[in-house]
Design a protein around this ligand. Structure first.
Ligand code: ADE
Length: 856
């Protein structure tokens, strides 16, 4: 529990550009010092942006000469990811006349060793003010991870300078203070530009080809692109964002990196953003082995944590690889990343960890400078560090006692619910929603402890934000709040208004509202069928399953010796999919069989086969899956042709889709243009993409009409045949290939969280309405040509946190932003799919209708 609280306290702000407290006083006078001051009344404590105390600014003593080094120094009391600096001159109610035209920055993480900041092109100088009153805001590219900062005014002639400042950023949650590694190398391949893969902004030492004691490119918050050798628009060189190593140059077949932290932490995971352009010999690492040190001076512990990745030579996208660190306590880690190919290239490494409570309460960490300003307002009298530490320790203890009490209440409620919910299973949804509110509000209370203040209203464009900005049109929380009604309303609204309520039998689903013949089902009656090869198979109402067990639903048994293996198409937890030639299948199935024209060629089929060692549960599920599949007959749903179940291994035979899955298909294409035509580059047009959307909505409309819930709709589960017709499938075979799309809960499900509606993640509630949400994400994938994973800049944990924001609906949820290629009417449709209230989400019937209209 304590660890959870600590982890929640640590949750990162929604984006990293919060004022750090010069203007509002959270940075204390004692923490603002200077090399000199002209008068008492122009001391460093007056260097606060937009404030007019004293004589209105900090001014160093005397006139500044070009060779002078005068500085204003700030102690931020904890490590900060600093992204923006704003400066002003001395206005002093219009009597001031002094400002700094330029300045430079020095920073120090330990207060002893100072480093000069340089931008990505090597320049130290930041242009500043041209008058006394306007604040000039400068983004720091790269950002700085530091506790101490010096602002050093720079002048070309003799001038009097005065400054007021504000800093923007967020707490450096990783706590990483240095990484040590072999120097990055240069890639030279015939026909490609020379690609230096060094750590060009590393701020530590480089000696004998080893980097030590600093941070750099791997912690600048910028992830590298898939295609790293292309020329860039920002004048930086190809490969800039990556640090890369060549296998044969390092000898042992691995890259060893040491990571040092500010204090002892309990590590949950490490995320490594890695390139996978296998066509150029680059792959993610094959495995990693990490050892841990409790204290910086102690020995490495003997027992390593090891992790093997699933290698992928079908999808060249750069991706985050998450390495579980099994809650090991450490102040330093040493990891060996083993090569899977000639090159290994990383662009970011981040760590997820918790801290001990006493560390959180220690004066150096507490109070965090990012607490809302209201905590510190009007505290003009400077407090000593010790006093601050004590008072905040008691606040922390107070908070914890409250949280513990809350938790006891919640545990009681949960136990009570376990009993009562059985009774409520058939009760109207509203009661269940109220129960949910209780459960979730407890977590929101905890998170609020570190909710940062509203970000500055300045137009800034950092590409390095650790968490990206919302699309501008969704940044106004008030606008969002207007869009999303309260939950209590939704339960009622969803009852019959064309939404997807899962009510008791007196209420109606949209399906019932439109077609009264199909029996209605309550959510609690839905049976989810686990695809045995790893997936959640379609979930169907219990009623449907009952009818499925009837003997009359049958599919023909094909002689397995007539299936000739050609190649493996995929694999999952309990089975594999093979491409096979099916001898005589056309004759076997007879007239009207759903087979493509043969033109004398052998019939190719996809054969899904249960592993010999599968559990009996998996076996039962496989048989159920066959029964369900045999009921499906739609041009946009994969077709079951026959089975081999009279002996082991159990097989189901489906049509073979020559063009693979939609994710792979789109990610290998560019948007159609004269350039793609002239150079024969595989391309798709907007019309193609709209037509794909129509087909998927049509297949889903069919599934919804049968009350089938898919639970894993995504481009990876849409297959294309030789005519580019899309058919929805879910064989769970994508789970190895697309493992980074799934979030693994230890010992439990593997969940496609980036596609899941908030209620599926938070409540485990899967309905047609949650399929609609996933459909919205699938549309987004299509219109980004699958070049990016949804919420690619958010870690899995942040995606889950964002889900909480969708539930809380206070305007802090992050939406996927409009893909540049996407028509605005289609993006509006996507946004409706991500409505908080299921009643506000369109039905597949409507989605199909609207996408059809756009397709015309
Ligand atoms: N992978 C899984 N199922 C497939 C199918 N039916 N066709 C092609 N590739 C597949």
């Amino acid at each position: 529990f304590i660890l959870t609280v600590v982890l929640l306290l640590q949750l990162p702000p929604s984006h990293c550009r919060y004022p750090l407290g010069m203007e509002d006083g959270r940075i204390k006078n004692d923490d603002i010092t200077a090399s000199s001051q002209w008068y008492e009344t122009t001391g460093p404590q007056y260097a606060r942006l937009n404030r007019e105390e004293g004589d209105g600014a900090w001014c160093p003593a005397g006139q500044l000469q070009p060779s002078d080094v005068q500085y204003l120094q700030l102690d931020l009391r904890q490590l900060i990811f600093l992204t923006v600096v704003a400066t002003q001159g001395r206005y002093a109610h219009n009597s001031g006349n002094e400002f700094a035209r330029k300045y430079r920055l020095e920073y120090s993480r330990d207060g002893h060793h100072w480093i000069s900041w340089r931008n990505r092109f090597g320049s130290e100088i930041l242009m500043a003010n041209i008058n006394t009153y306007e604040s000039v805001v400068r983004d720091l590219h790269p950002p700085i991870i530091t506790r101490f900062l010096r602002l050093i005014p720079v002048t070309d002639a003799i001038h009097t300078v005065c400054m007021r400042v504000e800093l923007f950023g967020c707490a450096w949650q990783d706590g990483l203070t240095a990484y040590n590694s072999p120097e990055g190398q240069t890639m030279m391949a015939p026909g490609y530009p020379i690609t230096p893969l060094n750590d060009s902004m590393y701020d530590g030492a480089l000696e004998r080809r080893k980097l030590s004691g600093g941070l750099g490119q791997l912690t600048d918050g910028v992830i590298g692109q898939d295609e790293f050798v292309q020329r860039r628009q920002d004048r930086l060189w190809p490969g800039y964002d990556y640090v890369g190593w060549r296998n044969d140059s390092l000898g042992p077949g691995y890259v060893e990196m040491e990571f040092q932290f500010d204090r002892q932490r309990n590590f949950t995971s490490m995320k490594v953003h890695s390139n996978n352009m296998f066509s150029r010999g680059v792959k993610i690492f094959a495995s990693v082995s990490c050892v841990f040190k409790l204290h910086l001076i102690s020995e490495w512990e003997a027992e390593p944590v090891e992790f093997h990745t699933v290698l992928d030579d079908r999808n060249p996208s750069a991706r985050y690889v998450t390495v579980p660190l099994k809650h090991r306590l450490a102040t330093a880690l040493c990891c060996r990343f083993y090569f899977a190919d000639t090159w290994m290239m990383f662009s970011e490494i981040s760590f997820q960890s918790g801290m001990k409570l006493e560390q959180l309460a220690s004066p150096s960490h507490w109070p965090p400078v990012l607490t809302p300003p209201s905590y510190e307002l009007n505290s003009k009298v400077p407090q000593t560090t010790q006093k601050t530490g004590k008072s905040h320790t008691s606040i922390l203890i107070g908070c914890l006692v409250t949280i513990i009490l809350l938790l006891v209440v919640i545990i009681f409620l949960i136990l009570w619910c376990q009993y009562v919910c059985k009774v409520l299973e058939k009760a109207p949804r509203r009661i269940l929603e109220e129960e949910v509110t209780v459960r979730l509000s407890s977590s929101s209370d905890t998170i609020i402890l570190q909710t940062p203040p509203v970000p500055p209203r300045v137009s800034l464009d950092p590409p390095y934000e650790r968490i990206f900005l919302l699309d501008p049109q969704y940044q106004d929380p008030a606008a969002l709040r207007n869009k999303l009604p309260e939950l209590s309303q939704s339960a009622e609204a969803s009852a019959c208004s064309g939404g997807y309520a899962e009510p008791d039998v007196t209420l109606c689903t949209p399906h019932q509202c439109f077609q009264s013949s199909v029996p209605h089902y309550a959510e609690t009656d839905i049976i989810s069928l686990q695809g045995v090869t790893g997936s959640n198979m379609y979930a169907v109402p219990a009623l449907t399953v009952d009818s499925l067990t009837r003997k009359d639903i049958s599919v023909a048994e094909f002689p397995r010796e007539r299936l000739l293996f050609r190649e493996k198409l995929g694999e999952g937890q309990f089975g594999e999919v093979h491409l096979c030639e099916a001898e005589g299948l056309a004759e076997f199935l007879g007239e009207g069989a759903p087979l493509p024209e043969q033109d004398g060629r052998p019939v190719l089929v996809a054969v899904k086969q249960l592993r010999a060692d599968a559990t009996s549960n998996a076996r039962n599920d496989f048989l159920k899956e066959i029964k369900i599949m045999s009921r499906l007959n739609n041009p946009n749903i994969i077709q079951l042709l026959c089975v081999c179940v009279s002996s082991d291994p159990l097989c189901m035979v489906t049509e073979y889709m020559e063009n693979g899955d939609l994710n792979m298909f789109l990610s290998q294409r560019e948007i159609e243009s004269t350039l793609t035509h002239a150079n024969n580059i595989p391309s798709v047009s907007i019309a193609d993409m709209l037509h794909m959307s129509v087909q998927i909505s049509s297949g889903m409309k069919y599934l919804a009409s049968l009350n089938f819930v898919h639970r894993d709709l995504a481009t990876r589960n849409c297959l294309l045949d030789r005519h580019l017709t899309i058919k929805i499938s879910d064989f769970g075979m994508s789970r190895n290939l697309y493992s980074s799309d799934y979030y693994r809960i230890q010992g439990r499900a593997v969940l496609p969280i980036r596609w899941m509606a908030w209620e599926s993640i938070l409540l485990g509630k899967f309905t047609t309405a949650s399929d609609v949400w996933a459909f919205g994400v699938t549309l987004w994938e299509i219109f980004t040509l699958c070049k990016e994973q949804p919420y690619s800049l958010l870690s899995d944990e942040q995606v889950i946190e964002n889900t909480g924001e969708f539930f809380r609906n206070q305007g802090r949820q992050i939406f996927l932003s409009a893909p540049p290629l996407c028509p605005s009417s289609l993006f509006e449709l996507m946004m409706r799919c991500w409505s908080r209230d299921i009643a506000d989400r369109p039905t597949f019937h409507r989605l199909n209708k609207e996408s059809n209209i756009m397709d015309r």
